[in-house]
Write a protein that binds this ligand. Structure first.
Ligand SMILES: Cc1cc2nc3c(=O)[nH]c(=O)nc-3n(C[C@H](O)[C@H](O)[C@H](O)COP(=O)(O)OP(=O)(O)OC[C@H]3O[C@@H](n4cnc5c(N)ncnc54)[C@H](O)[C@@H]3O)c2cc1C
Length: 285
């Protein structure tokens, strides 16, 4: 299997800055992310604090980023990473059924503003999951609920509905939903996930659903879930000034390492993380 020098997880300003700087240093990289790069980028109405781009919209800044990475032949892999395992001198990166390998990893997954639902953490692994496609076979002929925070969740819901006996989709955004006909859309706010040993019900504002599985599909999951063993501090990944985490060869940058949550800080840290990853790789030669 091909082993990349650096895998960058996330395509916001931190990830893209890490990508261009790794590329400048001639590293063989893989960057995981989304077509829009970052929902936080395209949602910003006006940005006045990104040096060199006064009074620019998030969409315009996204286009500038796109021109830049295209000019440098940085390609994105449009996949969501589910888990990263430190194997000693390399990392295994799990994406649904596919596995990638890299000698160093840079985590730039941003931060999730929404708090976990009541019961979400308690039932994680006992009916609650973050990757519907990975765990779908466990729910063959069972009732499953997908709480989707973005459009990508619709694709996962469609896949799971092929196996589940019944699928409820609870959208946390307003849009047109591209869902299979047998999926029931429930426009309610989820409040609590309950059960005894395993999940039994999802309680919503004015309705309850009997369900054996609940998938919570957000833009990003907690870094500690993503990388087992990663040290966190106050809800953020703990790093030193070189963006090094507690795991050798694993670096982090951007909102996921702490406040302030700003584009140019994220981009600056992405640069530092890339240079630190390059030094780490050179030290292994
Ligand atoms: C409405 C709004 C307006 C804002 N305005 C400003 C402003 O004017 N100025 C300013 O400086 N900042 C602003 N911000 C803050 C700014 O958006 C963030 O600080 C910045 O986007 C952080 O960059 P990042 O690269 O760390 O993370 P993000 O931009 O959040 O990017 C992380 C990316 O990684 C992806 N990802 C996460 N997990 C995975 C995974 N497992 N696999 C693959 N990909 C994954 C995410 O989906 C996302 O695309 C604003 C934010 C919002 C929401």
């Amino acid at each position: 299997m091909k082993r990349y020098d650096i895998a960058i997880i996330g395509s916001g300003p931190a990830g893209l800055s890490a990508a261009i700087n790794s590329k400048i240093r001639n590293k063989d990289i893989i960057v995981f992310g989304y077509k829009d790069f970052s929902s936080k980028l395209v949602k910003a109405p006006k940005i006045n604090n990104y040096l060199g781009f006064h009074d620019i919209s998030g969409i315009e800044l996204k286009e500038k980023f796109e021109e830049h990475i295209n000019a440098m032949n940085v390609e994105l892999t449009y996949e969501r990473v589910n888990n990263i395992y430190a194997m000693g001198d390399y990392f295994s990166i799990m994406v649904n059924e596919t596995m990638y390998e890299a000698k160093a990893v840079i985590i730039t997954t941003g931060i999730e503003y929404t708090k976990p639902l009541k019961g979400e953490e308690e039932f994680l692994g006992r009916g609650v999951g973050y990757c519907a496609t990975c765990d779908a076979p466990l729910y063959r002929d069972k009732v499953v609920t997908v709480i989707g925070y973005n459009k990508e969740a619709e694709e996962e819901a469609n896949y799971v509905s092929e196996l589940a006996s019944k699928l409820y989709y609870v959208p946390m955004y307003k849009d047109h939903y591209d869902l299979r006909e047998n999926i029931e859309v429930v426009n309610e706010k989820p409040v609590d996930i309950v059960g005894d040993d395993r999940v039994q019900k999802l309680i919503m504002t004015s309705r309850e659903i009997e369900t054996q599985g609940v998938f919570v599909l957000k833009d990003s999951i907690s870094p500690a879930q993503l990388v087992p063993g990663l040290l966190m501090e106050d809800g953020h990944i703990k790093v030193d000034r070189t963006m090094k985490t507690n795991i050798e060869g694993c670096f982090a940058a951007g909102d996921c390492i702490g406040k302030p949550y700003q584009y140019i800080k994220a981009a600056g840290e992405g640069l530092i993380a890339a240079l630190s990853a390059v030094s780490y790789l050179d030290s292994k030669k």
